[in-house]
Design a protein around this ligand. Sequence first.
Ligand SMILES: Nc1nc2c(ncn2[C@@H]2O[C@H](COP(=O)(O)OP(=O)(O)OP(=O)(O)O)[C@@H](O)[C@H]2O)c(=O)[nH]1
Ligand SMILES: [Mg+2]
Length: 317
Amino acid sequence: MTTEERVRKGDVRAAARLMRDIEDGHPSARETLKRLFPNTGHAHIIGITGPPGTGKSTIVDRLIGILRKEGKTIGVLAVDPSSTLTGGAILGDRIRMQRHALDNGVFIRSVATRGHVGGVSRSTRDLVAVLDAMGKDIILIETVGAGQDEVEISHIAHTNVVVIIPGLGDGIQAIKAGILETAAIFVVNKSDLEGADSAVNDIRMLVLLRAADKTDWQPPILKTEAKANTGVVELASAVEQHGEYIKRNRSHEMRQNDLKYSFLNALRDGLFQKALAHLQTDSRMDSIMENLEKRRTDPYTAAEEAIDELLNRKSAP
Ligand SMILES: Nc1nc2c(ncn2[C@@H]2O[C@H](COP(=O)(O)OP(=O)(O)OP(=O)(O)O)[C@@H](O)[C@H]2O)c(=O)[nH]1
Ligand SMILES: [Mg+2]
């Protein structure tokens, strides 16, 4: 059986191997992704974002429990910016979700942010495609909402949940503005701690500020105590409601944006690779470098000439 046939059947080992090849930028992975493309576009993709330690993994673990009871199959990507060689946080994520590890309907994977060919957000997109092609109903992506990668990852998700905790104060500022804009649901977790209500008010202010340029979805602000499994059923139902909302109102637009993004990314990569390969023949690169060093040309003109050359070469019979 081919890799894509096995992935389509939900084969965990085939999927895991494909995901590793994607992260390594293996050319065969790209070919497999091409063949899996017709099987994608079905899953509800949910982002769980927020500052470190706010309880995102705990929430994901609880959500898995609830969604599994509804019979949904689930894929989880825990994108881990802090993972170093020790992989401490990866282990933490695994442990918190471990009770689901033997469940066939759940596939959990940590994504280290280092060493991705073409960037972590791009490979996350491809990893999501694998889970989607496996037939997972729901895909949860956990990220720390701090960097540009995370903003891009939040664009992959249909429903973004932003998790903060009481007493974080300017913690909300630590979340990238781009992520706040895409938030569909806010969660104040650890509401057993003091200051939960004032955290809710802080977010309410934020939501009011951005309300002017928003369509009719009003992001709910939910209080949870994930550790005690309190409020998570309400979160699961808010996620589902948002899923239905976008299906009714924005599904076509989202799908189009998504496809356009993927296409333009592939186009940019492909053109760049072709141009580079072209320049590396006949020591073209050397002569360009020499001209630049001697200030006989400038980088802009050199690039324009290289592009013209490439396009003319392509269109020549
Ligand atoms: N008091 C309290 N602690 C909680 C609650 N939910 C989670 N925690 C604890 O908070 C700590 C961090 O939880 P995680 O789920 O690992 O948080 P995270 O956001 O995934 O952390 P990173 O992935 O490292 O950013 C753990 O010790 C949890 O047990 C809660 O509702 N109340
Ligand atoms: Mg975590």
